[in-house]
Ligand binder design. Sequence first.
Ligand code: ADP
Length: 466
Amino acid sequence: MLFSLKTKLSLSYVLIILFCVAIVSISSNIMLERQFKNYVIKQQEQKANDIVSLINQRSNKTGNWDIDYIEELALNALENGMIISVLDADDNLIWDAAIHNDGLCQDMLLSMSQNMKSRFSETEGGYEEKIFNMTDKSKKIGSIIVGYYGPFYYTDSDLNFINTINKMLIWAGATSLLLALFIGAIMSKQISKPIARVIDKAHMISEGSYGERIYEKSNTKEIGMLIETINHLGETLKKQEALGKQLTSDISHELRTPLTTIQGNLEAVLDGVWELDKNRIEVLHEEILRINRLVANLGKLTKFESENLKLNRTEFDISKLIQDTIKIFENEFIKENKKIELIGNSEILYADMDKISQVIVNIISNSLKFTNHGAEVLITVVSDRKSLMISFKDSGIGISEEDLPNIFERFYRAEKSRNRLMGGAGIGLSIVKSIVIAHNGTVSVNSIINKGSEFIITLPKTDKKY
Ligand code: ADP
């Protein structure tokens, strides 16, 4: 069976309150009963002793009893539930409450028995008597018989006192219950409202609509985190969807140009407008090579330019890595009569070697592509306390001012290089940028057209492993 948070919270509050009220009521009743019973018994004994000692003080050895005084005391005792009889030394009756007013005595005993039965349905109490001897210098001068409802009894005011306390407990319980329901409703609303918003949002996300952020605030830590997480999830999915769309449109745009060229050329040949000579085939071949390069680069794009680039950091010597990369390109540089040189000492970097290697390859291959015969490429590695800087400076064709801000964009190629045979797909530098940013570094470029370009990469040393 499924319960809503509201029902569960309210129910648990009510159950806790019921439980507490029951425990307090039962325990206080037991305690009260015990204490009160002892108190009442003591009080009765005290009263009986008081009467006995008062009569004893006024008693007369010569047999002159102060009947008025005894009567006053005995009537007073009768009001307190005691039936007094006073006897002289020879057990002759001096004064007896029952003889004085038997009706009143019987009424009083009946009312006591009713009081006790109203409180204890199975009371075994009944009329009891206690005899107290009055003595004067160890000589018995008489006795007093105290009759009462035993073993103890509650007067009307005693019963009132107990009932008032129980009523108070019932009121306190009922008020606490109402309060529990009220607080339960408020609390559950506070908790369930933001959760309901999160559920709505998750539902929307599952249907592909990322919508607005949830601005609901909650002072419950876990709910705050839940809201933050679902907002983040929505934003990430939205970003990824946008990236996916952008990528698809970029790719289709990139493919369209060579495919249109191939299609146009082939149609012209089919229509007999052009001859299918070597020249024509070379054009077609070049476009096919371009498509091939694009497809090959797409693989790299997914590997190195994904949004959440995962880094597999190790410690390695960056200068050695550059030197090794130079070796790969050495032949081509020599072939084109170009020079490439590294200046810098051994520098240990804690980074993803595979990805940093890709950065170096991309920039060096650009400096090979976009330089003329006899050009020079100088790579410098310097470091300070906080960061490491790698500069790639070439005396190549340079980049125009309009192109400069865009060269790190995916699929962007400067106009000049567009027609070059070696021109790539325009993703090399966008891969460089995303790898450097993933390492918390920066990449910048200075370039003067027809003079050369300098790409500067800085990587923080704080990422070093200690
Ligand atoms: P690709 O090299 O595949 O064309 P990149 O993203 O590596 O793509 O570079 C983007 C553009 O930036 C290049 O097409 C080129 O116009 C320009 N560029 C990059 N490096 C250099 C360089 N060293 N000298 C001149 N232009 C460059």
